[in-house]
Design a protein around this ligand. Structure first.
Ligand code: NAD
Ligand code: MG
Length: 362
């Protein structure tokens, strides 16, 4: 049984593309309308490939489908591994008419997207995101790239896909921690722009944690819609797109302190959003009751509520000082003016910030 539950369009002029969300879609939905030529290169990894590659192949009837299987992990989001994609394309004589397909989480999506942005100066690609995080976040917005030993996502390009296919069935095999990490970004959309969605999440969170397909499809749809709206307003991140970083300045400090991989990005963002909400109370924007609602929802998603053991105030301050959003040494943070209304400020009072850090140290 397959059911298309939602469809939306990411509106970017001649780079617009559709996102199709539903149950049982992989291998059933024909993706060949998005393939201009005869050749397809599916990029996946050694975890997702064994689970979904055969189904994915069936979405390209009549096409010549080649496959490249990358090793799994953020640590392989690098030049050497990226080259495996170019090797496979060149060895199989893929021309400028080829279409790349990203089958996997955000790591595979970012790498396949960057390979598509640069192979023969740019070829089309299709995203089949298989983690909740990649479905609600990295598949919208067109950022692609790899890490450099000196910094995450330091080499990349903007490159929009032809289409995105989201099959909620793929989430059934996702580890629970990865589901929670994706839910952090889902909650973020409610907090920054959509108080009605926040209310919906409060009502439906147990269904989401329990992987109920209709609830998942609805949450993914509303999340993609929110990110698509923000990206359409600010494709290259000159202004409003920065609100998508709610909780991320605190979160990045946590991720870096803990060492990449020990906290998932979404876990750190979950705690980071609680910290941003706490600071928003101290700055006089939202009420303590608003903070408690926020914290309760984040906890129900299975996310941690305190910074890592042994993390100190100075660790936060040092790590937050290098955030990309900062301008001229001024710390820039995303705060909440109200639940469902985020803004960027460099005026948070240092004593309030220290009180917030103190409240979340273990
Ligand atoms: P990931 O791609 O590493 O996937 C997490 C784990 O789940 C991996 O081990 C993966 O193999 C496994 N997995 C994937 N799908 C599965 C499934 N259906 N069943 C079982 N296991 C499955 O991590 P992620 O959280 O999806 O993405 C994180 C990456 O995305 C980071 O590199 C980040 O920089 C990037 N990102 C990019 C953007 C963007 O706008 N381009 C936005 C957010 C994050
Ligand atoms: Mg994020």
């Amino acid at each position: 049984m397959h059911k298309v539950l939602h469809e939306l369009k990411v509106d970017l002029g001649d780079r617009s593309y559709p996102i199709t969300i539903g149950q049982g879609l992989l291998g059933v939905i024909d993706l060949t309308p998005w393939v201009a030529g005869q050749q397809v290169m599916i990029v996946t990894n050694n975890t997702v490939g064994p689970l979904y590659l055969e189904k994915a192949r069936a979405s390209f009837p009549g096409k010549t489908v080649d496959v490249v299987v990358l090793p799994d992990g953020e640590k392989y989001k690098d030049w050497q591994t990226l080259n495996l994609i170019f090797d496979a394309l060149l060895e199989n004589r893929h021309t400028r008419k080829t279409t790349l397909v990203a089958l996997g989480g955000g790591v595979v999506g970012d790498m396949a997207g960057f390979a598509a942005a640069s192979y023969q100066r740019g070829v089309p690609f299709i995203q089949i995101p298989t983690t909740l995080l990649s479905q609600v976040d990295s598949s919208v917005g067109g950022k692609t790239g790899i890490n450099h030993p000196l910094g995450k996502n330091m080499v990349g390009a903007f490159h929009q896909p032809q289409a995105v296919l989201i099959d909620t069935d793929s989430l059934q095999t996702l580890p629970a921690r990865e589901v929670s990490a994706g839910l952090a970004e889902v909650i973020k959309y409610g907090l920054i722009r959509d108080d009605a969605f926040l209310l919906w999440l409060e009502a439906e969170m147990d269904k989401l944690v329990g992987l109920q397909p209709e609830a998942l499809a609805e949450a993914i749809f509303r999340s993609c819609q929110c990110k698509a709206d923000v990206v359409a307003l600010d494709e290259r991140e000159g202004g409003i797109r920065a609100i998508l970083n709610l909780g991320h300045t605190f979160g990045h400090a946590i991720e870096t302190f803990a060492g990449y991989g020990s906290w998932l990005h979404g876990e750190a963002v979950g705690t980071g959003m609680m910290m941003a909400a706490d600071l928003s109370v101290r700055e006089g924007f939202i009420s303590s009751a608003d903070f408690r609602r926020t914290a309760a929802l984040i906890k129900r998603a299975g996310l941690p509520a305190f910074a890592p053991a042994s993390m100190k105030e100075a660790d936060f301050l040092n790590l937050m000082a290098v955030d990309k959003k900062n301008v001229d040494g001024q710390l820039r943070l995303v705060l909440l003016r109200a639940l469902g209304d985020a803004f960027v400020t460099d005026e948070a009072k240092p004593e309030h910030l220290r009180q917030t850090l103190g409240a979340f140290l273990p």
